[in-house]
Design a protein around this ligand. Structure first.
Ligand code: ADP
Ligand code: MG
Length: 573
């Protein structure tokens, strides 16, 4: 069985294709959204999901979030005493999802379809695939997130020709894709996006506004503990504003109270810059697809941040219609990944659907341009595979060295759209020794092969000798070799994972810890005693004794959460 996984910046989900439909599988807490957070507990065991997210505030030095942004780089994150690469943290998330699904389905899971932002680079895709391997999953395919969203919607629309645009605003990434469904063939016509724009940024905007409003010194931003508490409240306020006209943030620091009362229109005003940035990728995708907004049949919303009314208004204004949101926007990508899994398993219900996808960016090499006076201008970018070419694709182009009897040649491989190579992203370099013949006899065929997973292979053949070279990506610190993956797989397998059956209680305790730190004086003392009582009940290991205490404790936490977090406020006037 192949599962579909949405490995998100903020939340991850796992789904299966079952009886002709996608089904999301809940985690041990009964939730389908598992926060993409990892924390190392005091006893050294690994916590994943909500328990880890709670610890962002109480144990920032032992907890990691939003590491998807570092996929494909060599940045490592320190949790307690151990360093983790972004692929390893992602692997821990994948492993937790895999185990949840195995428990729910009652059999082992070895294969997965994992979704990635359409704009993910080659290195980021390879890192995602490595994360799958590290989690003991064969990554059957990497699927672009908007393509998955379209697939979740598309299967219902099978018989008609439909052109739709997927507008996916998640926690940390923004993707736009224009898709065309025709006679059961779904084609991604164009995709564009912004790798550094998401719901997180709206929350940061709110934080900046809080600082300005309360005239707080910028130096306070390095106070980790203060910032984590503020972030939690800003996040809650942002969400509250998706449903209520106003919300407030209240924070105590060094015996002073800081507050912010904010309404939805103010949030929209302070986030104006972010909203503006949403327009550009939409326009670019439409331009590349050669479509006007009026020609679109449907606009599909994906990503939790599209729940914000200001985003929905912007989309409605841009397209002159209301977007489709029948499917929960934060679930649609995972549901689509499961459809792809169904396709892969050749489920009869999906007989008619075929998928094609496009390369999200141009891929090419650095060249020197010959000028009229036979001199050369170097550093230009020459695309071999153009942006939005349907994949899989293999293209070959012939090049000649600059000088007569040249002995050495460096092929620098780039991705991007800029005219000059240096303004694009360098993927790697291939050094070739030439036979040193006349220029005209020194042709080299450079072949770029881009597969359905968005992974690039570069091969260069010296025409005269038929000697072939393939690209070993050098100078790319963000990539693990197969041997490194194997070694890290073993190291990760040896990590102690928090036992699944105790995660629920552990999550409650993590929430309690966070709330405790926000209290002071008598309240703090009283609440400390409540935590202790719960811990003592847990120690009995007697389910009947634990159950009532637990229920009471949970209710208490919920009440406290409501009191101390952003709630709609009514103007005292
Ligand atoms: P990702 O794909 O990056 O994992 P999701 O699709 O799960 O992200 O979306 C997460 C983002 O959605 C977060 O920034 C979160 O704040 C935002 N979000 C979720 N629910 C709401 C809501 N009701 N109102 C505003 N933002 C929301
Ligand atoms: Mg997402």
């Amino acid at each position: 069985m192949i599962v579909g996984i949405d490995l998100g910046t903020t939340n991850s989900l796992i789904a299966v294709w079952e009886n002709g439909a996608s089904r999301l599988i809940p985690n041990t807490l009964g939730e389908v959204l598992t926060p993409s957070c990892v924390s190392v507990d005091e006893d050294g065991s690994i916590l994943v999901g909500r328990a880890a997210r709670e610890r962002l505030q109480t144990h920032p030095d032992r907890t990691a979030a939003v590491f998807k942004r570092y996929m494909g780089s060599d940045k490592s994150l320190r949790l307690g005493t151990r360093e983790f690469r972004p692929e390893e943290l992602s692997a821990l998330i994948l492993r937790a999802l895999k185990e949840d699904a195995e428990a729910a389905l009652g059999h082992p899971i070895t294969e997965a379809i994992i979704t990635v932002p359409a704009y993910f680079s080659d290195a980021q895709r390879k890192a995602t695939r490595a994360a799958g391997q590290l989690a003991g999953l064969k990554v059957d395919r990497l699927l672009n997130e908007p393509t998955a969203a379209a697939l979740a919607y598309g299967i219902h629309l099978r018989d008609t020709e439909t052109k739709f645009l997927v507008f996916d605003l998640g926690g940390g990434t923004f993707d736009v894709s224009v898709l065309d469904l025709f006679e059961g063939v779904m084609e991604v016509r164009a995709s564009a996006g912004d790798n550094m724009l998401g719901g997180e940024d709206f929350m940061r905007c709110l934080i900046d506004h809080f600082f300005a409003h309360n005239k707080l010194p910028a130096s306070l931003k390095s106070d980790h503990y203060f910032m984590q508490r503020l972030a939690a409240q800003a996040e809650a306020a942002k969400r509250a504003l998706s449903e209520h006209a106003s919300a407030s943030i209240r924070l105590n620091h060094n015996d002073a109270d800081y507050t912010l009362d904010i309404d939805e229109s103010t949030l929209e005003r302070i986030c104006e810059g972010l909203l503006r940035r949403l327009r550009d990728p939409v326009e670019r995708a439409l331009r590349d697809a050669n479509l006007r907004t009026a020609e679109l049949d449907n606009v599909v919303l994906a990503g939790g941040a599209t729940r914000m009314p200001m985003v929905r208004r912007l989309v409605a204004r841009m397209f002159g219609r209301f977007p489709a949101c029948d499917i929960n926007p934060d679930e649609v990508v995972a549901l689509g990944a499961a459809v792809q899994a169904g396709l892969k398993m050749r489920d009869a219900a999906l007989d008619e659907v075929v998928m094609t996808d496009v390369a999200p960016y141009s891929l090419g090499i650095e060249v020197a341009m010959e000028l009229r006076d036979s001199s050369f201008s170097s550093g230009h970018f020459d695309p071999i595979i153009e942006r939005n070419t349907p994949v899989p694709v293999s293209r070959v182009k012939r090049y000649f060295p600059v000088t007569e009897r040249q002995k050495q040649l460096s092929l620098n491989v780039y991705q991007g759209e800029a005219r000059m190579a240096r303004d694009n992203i360098k993927l790697g370099c291939l050094n070739i020794t030439l036979p040193g013949l006349a220029r005209d006899d020194s042709g080299i065929d450079v072949r770029f092969t881009y597969d359905v997973n968005g992974l690039l292979q570069v091969a260069a053949t010296i025409v005269k000798t038929q000697e072939a070279h393939t690209l070993v990506i050098e100078g790319n610190p963000g990539m693990l070799t197969e041997a490194e993956i194997a070694a890290r797989f073993i190291a990760l397998s040896e990590l102690k994972i928090h036992p699944r059956d105790r995660i629920e209680h552990r999550t409650l305790l993590a929430s309690a810890e966070r709330l405790y730190q926000q209290l002071r004086g008598g309240q703090r003392e009283w609440f400390g005693a409540q935590i202790l009582a719960f811990e003592q009940a847990l120690e009995t290991q007697d389910k009947r004794q634990i159950a009532p205490v637990r229920k009471q404790f949970e209710t208490l936490l919920n009440d406290m959460e409501r009191d101390s977090f952003a709630v709609p406020y009514s103007d005292p006037a």
